[in-house]
Design a protein. Sequence first.
Length: 213
Amino acid sequence: MSGFKGIVYDCDGVLFESRQANLAYYNRVQDYFGEPRVHPEDQVRAHLCHTAASPRVFEVLLGSERVTEALAYAATVDYRQFIPYMEPEPGMVDALAILARRLPLAVATNRRTSMPEILRHFNLGDYFSVVVTSRDVLRPKPFPDMLLLAAEQLGQRPEDLLFVGDSELDREAAAAAGIPFVSYKEEIGADIHVRHHADVVRLVLGREGVPGA
């Protein structure tokens, strides 16, 4: 077994494929303000909707002068209607079930309010002892605040944890927090790169941690 004493996960792109859900959510706000929708082909803005915290997304899509109004309207939109568009990443549940028996797990996400309901919908709440969202800190990722708070709540030093993410924001936040970083699927210049959730289990627990390995 490695020396890691806990694992922190990003949500979007790591636990779930959620691009469709996120675009549907932000396009609901775009419709309300009479602005053009964001389409998957618009890779820059679509990626922003998938990774950044809502204040930053609204700043880019609607302008800084409408961020407060956009956040107020977004707070009235029930995200539960978009959760069915989210798809759990292959092998994620099995990996969490194995890891949660050995280590404390946390989520650190730039989402604001939807994470608890997502965990309930997919019956994942029992696996995570700590959930940190952008509402819990002054600065979202790429700043380290969220990861440092997760480490504090886990009762561990940042350097003893592992952060699994999929974006440049995740990589930068991990570097600033001093937490070892693993990139999931995406090639973003991380020292460690995995393609599947079973790879995280092998990395942390060794081959004996994966049934049938």
